[in-house]
Design a protein around this ligand. Structure first.
Ligand SMILES: Cc1cc2nc3c(=O)[nH]c(=O)nc-3n(C[C@H](O)[C@H](O)[C@H](O)COP(=O)(O)OP(=O)(O)OC[C@H]3O[C@@H](n4cnc5c(N)ncnc54)[C@H](O)[C@@H]3O)c2cc1C
Length: 392
């Protein structure tokens, strides 16, 4: 073969965002020669893994099948903190509020009961008494668990990149991959603006760009633009302390079909604002052409909805940003080798809820690349499942 400029590696990781940085770290730690290729800069804000905080929780309304992975992920978060020396995870509790038969409440309860996770069920009056910033609908119920909180996404990605480099990975930034192919010899070839690289294996962890890079698979993945806002509460009515992680957990809430929101306690001082967002804005986007400015119409719609839970969220907007989801039809992740090209492993771990799995997904990807299989049950994420294809 001619034109290969970048040498040959055991594995190329395409995309060094949330999942790719973890995969590069875990693969390099196992002694493989790793080349990581990233179109932007370390811990950038153009994809899915930025914005200061990400919820971690275990009583998972999305389904009990996720819980064993979450248990392993929590161990991985502590291991990542230890290895990197960075403070990443804060467990301040989590509250999932909704109508008694809502997916958010009843799904969380199902996971908690199925796996024996410690939790409490609170009615609206108990929620108001315990978390004075909140005023849920009278008929709402909340499932509260202590073992939830948030992680710091930028710190996570920087930690994994540092550790990948420390274990010998070659990480190249500002170098978009233009194309890739499986070679007849059973390896891969990856082309960027600056070179052509060969490897035995490829991990595609390209986030919102994955649908474009994997177009020939016909995966039904939608890229969606999401808006996140930070608002100032009125501290003269509900004092600052009630908005901090001492008195406010992370939460998700949907009652009477008012559209689900989620958010965090204030984590960066009284001027930092209370971060919250709609769980899904269903706005289809092209990652290369997305409008990253947020309008006042969007921020005020978010505030209006948020005030149904936080009536005293009346102060100025601190800031707002956009972020991209890559959503599958069943909202489950896509992780696994391509059946017809087993040297290529795909990781599209999003649908708006992937970040909390970063450490365990890094481990799964390293297992799949290094051993061809993993002991973790990832059957839910099968890239060949029928519902994942664009309908004919
Ligand atoms: C607003 C918002 C809130 C969220 N909240 C939560 C939460 O509270 N809890 C939770 O668990 N999850 C949450 N998520 C989801 C979570 O952040 C995502 O699941 C996760 O970040 C996806 O990781 P990724 O590696 O697939 O994508 P990314 O982190 O975006 O990484 C993909 C990388 O690939 C690079 N890349 C793409 N194409 C190329 C190319 N051609 N060449 C080189 N590099 C390329 C990109 O630049 C990027 O760095 C949230 C997401 C958003 C947007």
């Amino acid at each position: 073969m001619s034109g290969t400029t970048g040498g040959h590696h055991d594995v190329i990781v395409l995309g060094l965002g949330s999942m790719g940085s973890a995969a590069a770290h875990q693969l390099a730690a196992r002694g493989l020669s790793v080349l990581g290729l990233e179109r932007f800069w370390p811990a950038h804000d153009q994809g899915s893994g930025h914005g200061e905080t990400r919820i971690v929780r275990q009583s998972y309304f999305e389904g009990p099948a996720y819980v064993p992975l979450l248990r392993r992920a929590y161990e991985g978060w502590r291991e990542l903190e230890e290895a990197s020396g960075r403070q990443i995870m804060t467990l301040c509790g989590g509250l999932y509020v909704g109508d008694p038969d809502s997916k958010i409440f009843s799904g969380a309860r199902l996971s908690a009961e199925t796996h024996g996770l410690p939790h409490e069920v609170l009615d609206a009056e108990q929620i108001r008494a315990r978390f004075p910033a909140m005023d849920p609908a009278d008929h709402a119920l909340g499932l509260y668990e202590d073992n939830a909180g948030f992680v710091r996404p930028e710190e996570t990605i920087l930690a994994n990149l540092d550790l990948a480099a420390r274990h010998g990975a070659e990480l190249r930034y500002d170098e978009p991959v233009r194309s890739w192919r499986a070679t007849p010899a059973g390896g891969v070839e990856v082309v960027t603006d600056r070179g052509t690289y060969g490897a035995d294996r490829l991990v595609v962890a390209a986030g919102a760009w994955a649908p474009g890079l994997l177009a020939d698979l016909g995966l039904d993945l939608r890229v969606e633009r999401q808006v996140v806002c930070w608002f100032t509460p009125d501290f003269s009515v509900v004092p600052y302390a009630a908005w901090t992680s001492d008195q406010l957990p992370v939460y998700i809430e949907e009652t009477d079909h008012n559209r689900d929101i989620y958010g965090f306690p204030m984590v960066d001082g009284p001027a930092g604002g209370l971060k919250l967002a709609f769980f899904n804005t269903f706005a289809r986007a092209d990652p290369d052409a997305v409008d990253r400015t947020v309008t006042e119409v969007e921020t005020e719609a978010t505030r209006e909805r948020a005030r149904q839970l936080f009536p005293h969220l009346t102060g100025p907007l601190v800031k707002a940003l956009t972020c991209l989801y890559t959503t599958s039809p069943d909202h489950d992740f896509v992780v696994g080798a391509l059946p017809d090209r087993p040297q290529v492993t795909v990781a599209s771990v999003c649908s708006g809820h992937g970040f909390k799995f970063v450490p365990v997904i890094g481990e799964v990807l390293a297992d799949l690349v290094a051993n061809g299989r993993t002991a973790h049950d990832i059957s839910l994420f099968d890239p060949s499942r029928p519902g994942l294809r664009v309908p004919a």
